[in-house]
Design a protein around this ligand. Structure first.
Ligand code: AMP
Length: 481
């Protein structure tokens, strides 16, 4: 079936509205293949690469099929990295925004207690890395008896990172009458074995039209010497003058050096590697998404899970030693039909890695010459002009979907026996406001938060100043996020 619009699927208005705000107008190929089957709760094994729209391919049916009233988690999504878990949580929250789907991410290096608190509240979807998911299961803080969907995302990566035992342990703890969907860029035998063992006659879907790397990216290589890389980097960035760029290095030390060099030269840049605190890593990633800086210098930590719509240029300062890593790095650009460029700096010593990458991706990466000094000089004024301005983010999906939302803080919660229905009952009675305008409600012991959608926040704030909830007068204010 060839479908050109999300209207062709049986989706509720809440989901369709979110897709329209996200500007998902036409389903991508993987979505066209997966949606009809996933909406009918079939087990699926899907071979598709990052950037193909696979998160929404499972996110849309999950959000659609979830019963909002149920308090316990109904979907569990496993991802190989913390960054990807955070990204998937954000995507699910965006798709489910108007249905008020609550998604929680759980991963290591973040306090267990914070996640335990989150999981105590109504949670529809849990996204997590295997180790931390097991911790929560073992300690009884993640309840599994209502899980209807298990998604294993980037299964090949997860298995190559050695998570097989963890994944099997999680699967065995889940209800058997669930739907399982496995997404993987490649299907090595260990992934196939896993699927065979735990899935009910799954349907195989292979997204064949693109190769392992997307054809929206121009792949280039420049031969250089190690000691010339920094000046080559400055020349290339001047000539390319990208709106946004990720510079990938092999080690933390290289990241530190390259970052220091660029910062001294006045580049708008930040760095990201595994040696930074998780909190700082998220802050840097969010800063990059919102356009606070133009150049991100990173190790492979950032090769997954960064979803910034307009990364226009990927620079491999070092050739990745793992061929898969090349695919993930370059997959950060040319996403969702946009054009992108990936330039790799290669020394003679790195030749063997290049060859292995080329065998893996199935084509030779085109050689290009280092820019001539005259060309650099010619491009300098434009480069300097762009450097002096702030990066404009054209398409921050989360900001767009949240733009009409105001979070209100109420000075009472569980201790006053207040429940979500009490808020809905009172707020929906305000003239001009309906239950549709109420978003996620979070009730804590002594306070509550209510998201008001559709630009009606000020109206509700005003009206609630004099109203009572369950006969109690609560202080209401705009929440500080
Ligand atoms: P993914 O493969 O899930 O990492 O998604 C790649 C990118 O495509 C993300 O930026 C998504 O937000 C975006 N995307 C997913 N589905 C669509 C769609 N139908 N139309 C436009 N963009 C999409």
């Amino acid at each position: 079936m060839l479908t050109n619009s999300f209207d062709d699927y049986k989706l509720s208005d809440d989901i369709k509205r979110a897709l329209s705000v996200l500007k998902y107008d036409t389903p991508t190929e993987v979505q066209r293949e997966v949606l009809p089957l996933a909406l009918q709760n079939q087990d699926l094994v899907v071979k598709s690469q990052t950037g193909s729209g696979k998160t929404a391919a499972f996110g849309i049916p999950i959000c659609e099929n979830i019963a909002w009233e149920e308090k316990k988690p109904q979907a569990l999504i496993l991802t190989p990295t913390r960054e990807l878990a955070a990204q998937v949580r954000e995507d699910i929250t965006n798709i489910g925004r108007f249905k008020r789907i609550k998604a929680v991410a759980v991963y290591g290096k973040e306090p267990f207690s914070k996640q335990r608190e989150e999981l105590k509240h109504k949670t529809h979807v849990v996204v997590g890395t295997p180790g931390r998911v097991i911790d929560h299961i073992d300690r009884g803080t993640l309840l599994l008896d209502e899980i209807k969907y298990l998604i294993i995302d980037e299964a090949d990566e997860m298995l190559s990172m050695g998570f097989i035992d963890d994944i099997e342990a999680i699967i065995q703890a889940l209800p058997t009458n669930r739907v399982t969907m496995v997404f993987s860029a490649t299907l090595p035998t260990d992934v196939e074995k896993l699927c065979y063992k735990y899935m009910m006659t799954p349907t195989n879907i292979e997204i064949a039209s693109t190769g392992i790397v997307t054809n929206t990216v121009d792949h280039l290589i420049i031969e250089t010497q190690e000691e010339d890389k920094i000046s080559l980097l400055k020349d290339v960035t001047t000539v390319e003058n990208p709106d946004s760029c990720i510079i990938f290095c092999r080690t933390k030390e290289h990241v530190d050096t390259v970052f220091a060099e660029l910062e001294t030269s006045g580049y708008s840049c930040e760095k990201l590697h595994g040696g930074l605190l998780q909190e700082d890593r998220f802050a840097v990633m969010n800063g990059f998404k919102t356009g606070n800086f133009r150049y991100l210098v990173a190790t492979d930590v950032a090769a997954r899970g960064i979803d910034v719509d307009n990364v226009t240029l990927i620079l491999n300062f070092d050739v990745p030693t793992e061929k898969e890593s090349y695919v993930h790095r370059t997959g950060r650009t040319g996403r969702a039909g946009n054009k992108g460029k990936a330039i790799t700096f290669a020394t003679a010593h790195e030749e063997k890695f290049v060859k292995s990458i080329e065998r893996y991706i199935g084509f030779e990466i085109r050689m290009m010459d280092a820019p001539e000094q005259a060309e650099v000089a010619r491009n300098m004024p434009a480069f300097q002009e762009k450097s002096s301005g702030r990066r404009v983010v054209k398409n921050n999906k989360t900001a767009r979907i949240n733009q009409d939302i105001m979070k209100l803080h109420f000075s009472g919660g569980k201790k006053k026996k207040i429940r979500a229905v009490d808020f809905v009952g009172t707020i929906a009675k305000i003239e001009g406001v309906s239950a549709e305008d109420i978003g996620i409600i979070t009730i804590k012991d002594t306070m509550s938060y209510v998201d008001i959608l559709n630009g009606k926040g000020s109206l509700v704030l005003q009206e609630m100043k004099d109203a009572t909830i369950k006969g109690k007068k609560l202080k209401v204010s705009k929440a500080i996020k």
